[in-house]
Design a protein around this ligand. Sequence first.
Ligand code: UGA
Length: 445
Amino acid sequence: SSPRPLTLSVIGVGYLGAVHAAAMAELGHRVIGLDVDADRVAALSEGRSPFHEPGFDELLLRNVRSGRLTFTTDYAKLTDVDVHFLALGTPQRADGLGADLSYIESALDALVPLLEARDGKPTLIAGKSTVPVGTARGLHARITAIDGVALAWNPEFLREGFAVEDTLRPDRLVYGVADQGNASTEISLLDTVYAELIGLEIPRKVYNFESAELVKVSANSFLATKISFINAISELCDVTGADVNDVAEAIGMDDRIGAKFLRAGIGFGGGCLPKDIRGLLSRAGELGSVDSFAFLRDIDAINTGRREYVVRLAKRLLDGTLDGKRVAVLGAAFKPDTDDVRDSPALDIALKLYSEGAKVSITDPAANENVRRRYPSFHVEDSVEETLRDAELVLLLTEWKEYRELDPASVRDLVATAQIIDGRNALDLSAWRAAGWQVEALGRP
Ligand code: UGA
């Protein structure tokens, strides 16, 4: 028997919320996405994606057309909802300490009267946002007196670039609840939401709030640690002649270590890993574990240090000064298959080169508009050819497929000096060298 379709709301249709909303509609539910940003709501309502994400455009359009997926700016439309998902941003606070929870707080303020009007009908609020451990317990205290209303924390593990796949085929579902011995409303509603995934034998774990919150930030902090670890090793490779790809390959064959997230290069960026390690560090400090989390400060410092490292390398290749040098940068997004430039290592390096006087031209298959909007005076090109033309140094900083597959012989003629920094260990070094390029890879001889 097919599961009962529910009526769901997704409050906050940024990256995470929009993908979650469309994916839940795909599972057969009726979904209303809410956001305060009227332009975003208008675009999504017409089935137009506000961001670049493989597979999302089709998913969105299909579900908007079917009528299962709608969007609104108006909380009054969220009556008769079985499960409200909270997918609001929890940005780093301006003082750098901890997360700004004000968007979640105001959503809850707006929801409370609607929840009270349900007259005891079971309703679940399911938090998806990444929050400091302890947050759900505090929010729970606010709604516990409302009859029939429950709260769960249901963290999301999707990766940009694989968001649709990760939402519809996650490694695991985690339900954080107030009381594991008394959570039948939370479990039965979430199990109905995810019935199709549970049917695929995707593991589903019920934990307390605190564990569920910590799973999320621990996972991201562990991933960040793997990347900074291999980047630290890559610096030793550079001075000794070892090859970091070989080291990563062989240690990754030990399945206690695992092969993934050991790609050395210019380090991690994006809206999650950098923010989450800083968030965990600050929360750990508040909870009295300052010393045990000092390593996260190092993970962060190693990561940002990679950006400086590449700028120094560029300067060395350009005879000691960047001033007036024509530098071409391939890639601006924080990783391939996204147009997201939040805390992008590629863009950060490009800006550093520029601030030291280089004439930087940059291109990205998806992020050009986002770069132009943020840095109107920055020189953004739409084609690889125009970007490379007359360059004295090329830097490959986001490993898009189209850059990995460039033909070194044919682009050789575009540049003034055939030298390239492979910031992502993405190129076939021998092929590029055979075509007459001087290639500097990070951690590779
Ligand atoms: C990350 C996590 O991987 C997701 O599981 C999580 O749900 C998400 O954050 C989130 O909290 O929302 P995402 O930020 O999309 O996902 O990107 P990742 O694929 O984790 O990549 C992060 C950065 O690490 C990128 O800049 C990437 O280039 C870099 N990276 C990744 C490396 O430098 N080396 C690697 O081996 C892997």
